[in-house]
Design a protein around this ligand. Structure first.
Ligand SMILES: *[C@@H]1O[C@H](CO)[C@@H](O)[C@H](O)[C@H]1NC(C)=O
Length: 389
C-alpha cells in the first residue's frame, strides 16, 4: 500500500514537472535593449479550452475577455524595469521594459477569464545577458500614439525604419519605449485625435546625422523656446505614416561616449593605519548661561498673561458702568407696577358699586398723572374707546 502511494506521488511529481516545464517560456534579452512580450489572448484561450471542449457546445470558438496579473515570482509586483499594459479585457496585454542589470527574472502571469472566471498561469523566464552599451542615443516623442499601439513588433519596425533614415544608418536599436503618462504627461481628453504620446529611445554605434545634430543649433532651440512644436529641418522629414511623426522640439540627444571620462582608479594603500599620536579627547564646550533665555521664554509671557488677567478682571468686575441707569430703569418698573395696582383697585371698587361713573381711563382726554380731564363737550376730539353703557 505504502509502495503504491509513493509510486503515485512520484508520478504526480514527474507529471507536474513535465507540465510545469511546458508552461515555462524562456527568453534571453540583452541588457540595455527593449524587451517586449505580447500576452496573446488566443494562447490563453487555448489553455481554457479543455473545459469548453468537454462541456461546451461542440465547435464553438470563444473569444473571452481576459485580464492579466503579472508579478515576479515571490514578489507582489513586477521587477522595476518591467511594465505591463492592457487597455481593455478584449485587447492583448504587453510586458515591456529595458533590463538594466544582468540576471534572471521569473515572471508569473495569471490570466482570468472574465466569462467563466477560470484562471490559468504562465511562467516567463527572462534572462538578461550582457551587451555593449550604445554610445549615441536619442529620444523621440511621438505625439499621436499610445504605448500599446507602438509595442507590436510591426509598428516598432515602422518607427525604426523612419529613424534609420533620419539617422542615415542601418545600425539602430530601440533602447526604451515609455508611455508619456509615466513621464509626467497628462491624460488626454477622450476625443478623437488626442493621444497619450510615447517616448521612443534608440541607440546606435554611429554618430548622429546632420539632421539630428540640428537639435543642438541655436535656431532650433530658439524656435522651441518660443513655444512652437518645431519643424523638421530641410530634408529631414522622414515619417511615412503621419501617426509615427516625431515632435522635433522634444527630441533629445545623448552622447554617452563623451559623458564618461574614465574615473581615476582608487589608490590602494597598505591596509594599515599610519601611526599617530595619542588620542586627544575634545575639550568639553564652555558652559552657557541659560538665565536670559529662561527670562525671555518663560517669565515674560507669564507676566504678560498675569497683567492681561488683571486687566480683564478689572473691566469685568471693578468698573461696572450704568448702575444709575439701572436704578432709573427700576423706578420706571415701580411706577408701572403702581399704576397697574391702582387700576385694579379702581376696577374692584367699581365691581362693588355699579352706580359709579365710568372709569377714568375710558374717558377721552384723560391725563393719567393728574387725573384731571377735559369735558367731552368742550373737546373737539373723538373718544378713542366708546364708553360701554
Ligand atoms: C526607460 O524609461 C523609463 C521611463 O522613463 C526609465 O525609468 C528607465 O530607466 C528607462 N530605461 C533605460 C534603460 O533607459
Amino acid at each position: 500500500m505504502a509502495g503504491l502511494r509513493s509510486w503515485l506521488f512520484c508520478l504526480t511529481v514527474i507529471a507536474g514537472s513535465l507540465f510545469g516545464a511546458k508552461a515555462e517560456i524562456k527568453f534571453t534579452t540583452p541588457v540595455g535593449r527593449l524587451f517586449t512580450y505580447e500576452l496573446l489572448r488566443e494562447t490563453f484561450q487555448n489553455d481554457f479550452e479543455p473545459l469548453t471542449k468537454l462541456y461546451g457546445p461542440v465547435g464553438h470558438l470563444y473569444d473571452d475577455p481576459m485580464t492579466f496579473k503579472c508579478n515576479e515570482q515571490g514578489f507582489p509586483d513586477l521587477p522595476e524595469w518591467l511594465r505591463f499594459i492592457q487597455r481593455h479585457p478584449l485587447d492583448n496585454g504587453f510586458l515591456y521594459g529595458t533590463p538594466t542589470s544582468l540576471g534572471k527574472n521569473i515572471i508569473e502571469i495569471y490570466a482570468v477569464n472574465k466569462r467563466s472566471y477560470d484562471t490559468t498561469r504562465q511562467i516567463l523566464v527572462i534572462k538578461a545577458v550582457p551587451e555593449k552599451m550604445l554610445p549615441y542615443q536619442a529620444e523621440f516623442f511621438i505625439q499621436k500614439r499610445e504605448v500599446e499601439r507602438v509595442l507590436p513588433p510591426s509598428v516598432q519596425n515602422e518607427i525604426k525604419q523612419d529613424l534609420q533614415y533620419l539617422w542615415s544608418t542601418q545600425d539602430l536599436e530601440i533602447v526604451n519605449i515609455t508611455n508619456a503618462l509615466d513621464r509626467g504627461g497628462r491624460v488626454p481628453l477622450p476625443l478623437a485625435g488626442h493621444y497619450e504620446g510615447v517616448y521612443v529611445k534608440v541607440g546606435s554605434e554611429t554618430f548622429f546625422s546632420k539632421c539630428l545634430e540640428s537639435v543642438w543649433t541655436t535656431v532650433h532651440q530658439k524656435q522651441c523656446a518660443a513655444g512652437s512644436k518645431g519643424k523638421a529641418p530641410e530634408g529631414c522629414h522622414f515619417c511615412r505614416i503621419p501617426s509615427n511623426c516625431i515632435t522635433w522640439c522634444k527630441t533629445e540627444l545623448f552622447n554617452l561616449a563623451k559623458q564618461k571620462p574614465e574615473p581615476p582608479a582608487p589608490t590602494v594603500g597598505s591596509g594599515v593605519l599610519e601611526a599617530g599620536g595619542d588620542f586627544n579627547p575634545p575639550e568639553s564646550p564652555p558652559s552657557r548661561d541659560f538665565f536670559p533665555d529662561y527670562m525671555v521664554t518663560v517669565i515674560v509671557p507669564l507676566v504678560l498673561a498675569i497683567v492681561l488677567c488683571l486687566l480683564l478682571a478689572y473691566i469685568m468686575f471693578g468698573r461696572r458702568e450704568g448702575v444709575d441707569g439701572e436704578n432709573a430703569f427700576c423706578s420706571i418698573q415701580l411706577y408701572h407696577h403702581h399704576t397697574v395696582h391702582e387700576n385694579a383697585e379702581e376696577l374692584r371698587s367699581m365691581a362693588a358699586n355699579r352706580g359709579v361713573p365710568p372709569p377714568l381711563s375710558t374717558l377721552p382726554m384723560f391725563n393719567s398723572r393728574t387725573g384731571e380731564r377735559a369735558s367731552p363737550l368742550h373737546s373737539d376730539s373723538i373718544p378713542l374707546i366708546m364708553a360701554q353703557q
